[in-house]
Write a protein that binds this ligand. Structure first.
Ligand code: AMP
Length: 633
């Protein structure tokens, strides 16, 4: 493995030389004066003084060589539509959208919140923001009013761009009522809203003077030419909220130059995607994978990118492979949950289509179990690369790097640290590096490489405190994941060290769900944990203490209340946070100092030993958890 090892070693021992070379992969309007400024640890500034633009690199740069080649391929099995845009057409749409935003007073540095389904207009809006130096904050369409309102308040966007509705598994999901409610709840409501009316929700209400129609506005800017605004490399490009241990999501802020260079380098070294080919990520623009590998990464590399609105099993379990065949996809990116869903279907679907174009399938977002890894590798007859990353890193931090060297894949392992990442496994209490086969916290020795978050939006202190001050006496970035390394240097991720759970590849803070449940008037106290689930990896399960237990004396009363609580979560956070079960108990297992023993509850739910219970206040509480799960309560 000398080549991979050498590549990685150089990136750590000479980061400036290494990244100076990678920076040549993108267009710089003005060259940078310094590769790295690390004078204020842990804040890393990459490509200082350089000026560039993400939209220019993703779109304009390709006009000369491939203006008529596909750039964006939209496939919706929800609305039965398909549409392709060449780089020239994408350029025109992005210019129109940029002009629309400018006509509403959106300027460099202003925030634009994008709350949209997987439609091309969402891509235009993101790139238009990048073009004019506005900062986009894309909010996943599955989030409901309360989540949306807190993001509106944190980012205080001048403009919100949304649509009448999305569609999920054939069912229309209206967006506008949730948006209206969020704006009503928000302390800093946006002045304007642009709505793309898909005709899915004929009853969509509009607020006069605030809500504008995308199609009408676009018609006013058909021939718009909006120059790219050149940004200093370290200016913010976007904010993306992610969950942590508090009830308040953090705004992960990313820069411009480092972001572009990191993505361009990853397209070359990790994904092996070439200009003129097609990239297919099954994620959603509301997640970091959607930002990096539906929009920016593939386009920066001059590839066509597929935006897919639909599920992996409609109209049948062959749909993803049908798309691969039709658009000759060379690189594909999905999540373990999708593979587990497909595994339950007829394997014949994998053989039905011509997948000869496909070089690699990459998977990320949650632990990939060995049987699923094996099943999909054998089914495809192609390398399936599990790689590990976070919203914060923006690109993989543990991965095989086949563009440098094709190292053997081990099932269940995301391989090795990617170039640029100085990864260590530290012992939980001694904080020393652990040995082979020993469990440790996965940390990165700063500076973080280009493309990683530059800070928490509006809160430098929270950035330092949250990520760099968790290991006593050591300034290292904590991933909050447990990992081990085997004798061959392969890493395995064992799960989170904190109270964050991972549902179908999406990170959810148990605190956020607890806060939503607590807003129900019947609830005195609640603890949410992530219980193991065959399909989704984990699902939230709640243990609630009621103010008045007489409410659940009858089983009908119990069922009604459980349903009501689930509805409350749907309304506040969105169905994504809905607990699979709400169990009622009369007390929660706590330490004598009053801390809820979530991990012990979780162990019981997963059928494991609850661990050290010497500090528990009342062991009867754990028995109640056991009884509740066994259906005795
Ligand atoms: P998010 O920022 O929402 O993408 O979630 C990141 C978290 O997902 C990580 O901290 C891990 O807990 C988990 N994760 C992502 N990729 C993997 C992977 N390949 N294997 C195991 N866990 C993963």
């Amino acid at each position: 493995m000398s080549t991979y090892k050498e590549f990685h070693r150089r990136s750590i021992s000479d980061p400036e030389g290494f990244w100076d070379e990678q920076a040549k992969l993108i267009h710089w309007h003005k060259p940078f004066a310094k590769v790295l400024d690390y004078s204020r640890p842990p804040f890393a500034k990459w490509f200082v003084g350089g000026e560039t633009n993400l939209c220019y690199n993703a779109v304009d740069r390709h006009l000369e060589d491939r203006s008529d080649r596909n750039a964006l391929i939209f496939v919706s099995t929800e609305t039965d539509s398909e549409k392709t845009y060449s780089f020239r057409e994408l350029h025109a749409e992005v210019n129109r959208c940029a002009a629309m935003m400018q006509s509403l007073g959106v300027d460099k540095g202003d925030r634009v919140l994008i709350y949209m389904p997987m439609i091309p207009e969402a891509c235009f809006a993101m790139l238009a923001c990048a073009r004019i130096g506005a900062i986009h904050s894309v909010v996943f369409g599955g989030f409901a009013s309360h989540s949306l309102a807190s993001r509106i308040d944190d980012a205080s966007p001048k403009l919100v761009i949304s649509a009448d509705a999305g569609s999920r598994a054939g069912k229309v999901v209206p967006y506008k009522p949730l948006l209206d409610e969020a704006i009503r709840l928000a302390k800093f409501p946006p002045a304007k809203v642009i709505l793309f009316d898909r005709g899915l929700d004929p009853g969509m209400a509009r607020v006069a003077g605030r809500d504008l129609d995308w199609v009408e506005l676009r018609a006013q800017h058909l021939n718009a030419q909006v120059p790219c605004v050149w940004l200093e490399s370290n200016e913010p490009s976007y904010i993306l909220y992610t969950s942590g241990t508090t009830g308040h999501p953090k705004g992960v802020q990313r820069d411009v130059g480092g972001h572009a260079v990191a993505l361009a380098a990853s397209m070359k070294h990790i994904y092996c995607g070439n200009a003129g080919e097609t990239y297919f990520s099954t994620s959603d623009i509301g997640w970091v994978v959607g930002h990096s590998y539906i929009i920016y990464g593939p386009l920066i590399a001059g590839m066509a990118t597929i935006m897919y609105e639909g599920t992996p099993v409609r109209p049948d379990a062959g749909i993803l492979w049908k798309i691969v065949e039709k658009y000759k996809v060379t690189v594909m990116f999905s999540a373990p949950t999708a593979i587990r869903v497909l595994k339950k279907q007829d394997q014949a679907f994998l053989k039905k289509y011509d997948l000869s174009s496909l070089r690699y399938l990459f998977l990320a977002g949650e632990p990939l179990d060995e049987p699923s890894h094996r099943w999909i590798t054998e089914g495809l007859g192609r390398p399936v690369i599990d790689h590990y990353w976070q919203t914060e890193t923006g690109w993989p931090l543990l991965t095989s790097v086949p563009g440098v060297e094709q190292t053997p894949i081990k099932f269940g392992s995301p391989s090795f640290p990617a170039y640029g990442y100085n990864v260590k496994l530290l012992h939980e209490t001694t904080t020393e590096e652990v040995g082979t086969g020993e469990k440790g916290v996965v940390v990165i020795v700063p500076p973080l490489p280009p493309g990683c978050m530059s800070t928490v939006w509006g809160d430098d202190e929270r950035f330092v405190k949250t990520y760099f001050e968790t290991i006593p006496g050591k300034l290292v970035y904590s991933t909050f994941d447990w990992g081990i390394r085997d004798k061959d240097g392969y890493y395995f991720i064992l799960g989170r060290t904190d109270d964050v759970i991972n549902v179908a590849g999406h990170r959810l803070g148990t605190r956020e769900i607890e806060e939503a449940i607590s807003s129900h008037p019947a609830i005195a106290e609640v603890a949410v944990i992530g219980a193991a689930d065959q399909l989704k990896g984990q699902v939230p399960v709640a243990f609630a203490v009621l103010k008045d237990p007489s409410q659940i004396e009858s089983s009908a009363g119990r069922m009604k209340l459980e349903g009501d609580i689930m509805k409350t979560v749907d309304q506040q956070l969105g169905a994504i946070g809905r607990p699979a079960r709400v169990h009622f108990v009369t007390l929660l297992p706590k330490t004598r100092s009053g801390k809820v023993l979530r991990r012990s509850i979780q162990s019981i739910c997963d059928g494991r030993d609850p661990g050290d219970l010497t500090t528990i206040e009342d062991p009867g509480a754990l028995q109640q958890v056991r009884d509740a799960i066994a259906g005795k309560a």
